[in-house]
Design a protein around this ligand. Sequence first.
Ligand SMILES: O=C1O[C@H](COP(=O)(O)O)[C@@H](O)[C@H](O)[C@H]1O
Length: 224
Amino acid sequence: MRLKEYPDAEMMMLEVADRIASDLNTCLMSHDRASLSVSGGTSPGPVFDSLSAADLDWSRVHVFPNDERCVPPGHERSNARLIRERLLTGRAAAARFLPMYEEGQTPEEAAAAASARLEGELPVSVLLLGMGDDMHTASLFPDSPQLRAALAPDAPVAMAVESPSQPEARITLAAHVLRGAMTTHVLVKGRAKRDAIERARRLPPQEAPITSVWDDATVHWAEG
Ligand SMILES: O=C1O[C@H](COP(=O)(O)O)[C@@H](O)[C@H](O)[C@H]1O
């Protein structure tokens, strides 16, 4: 894992957006299309704002979340909603979006459909992950009963998971799918998460799921 520190969050968001655009362009030079899997939650909005204006052939980019909360697509906690509103606008509106959850599906149905839909998109060309204070990434939560299965090398592409700390069921890409990405960036903001990075270095994936996917990643951090 490479840790890159920035003097402020604004600079970090711009540089991460630039790096992702450059990674996508490089991929598109030698492939018909590129896949971009992005985090949800509270952190990546400013990266999306900048990335959505990037000059690249978005019509050849397929975008999907790392994970999804099983809520309706217009819900304020929907990762798809954040991606549609902040990333898939401007130039990036030409990208194809592949959702992980559709209203009315059970989590298990959504996970099976997402696995089938995303299998042909692998390996992920460019992966943007986030990380919580509890060292979860995507929806790989340390207190999830399904974590062991989601960390297994033979896990399905996408899995239905729960966490006692979360209000709804989730769909998450399995750890081996995240680990298999061609380029990985982890976006981390704030002092509490910096402390979490240091704690995670000494812990196994069962306690710090981020460590199961960050070996080849660049972790971008700014205090605020
Ligand atoms: O619940 C989630 O949490 C992580 C971290 O989110 P943040 O709000 O602390 O930035 C995020 O990466 C994941 O996609 C999301 O569903």
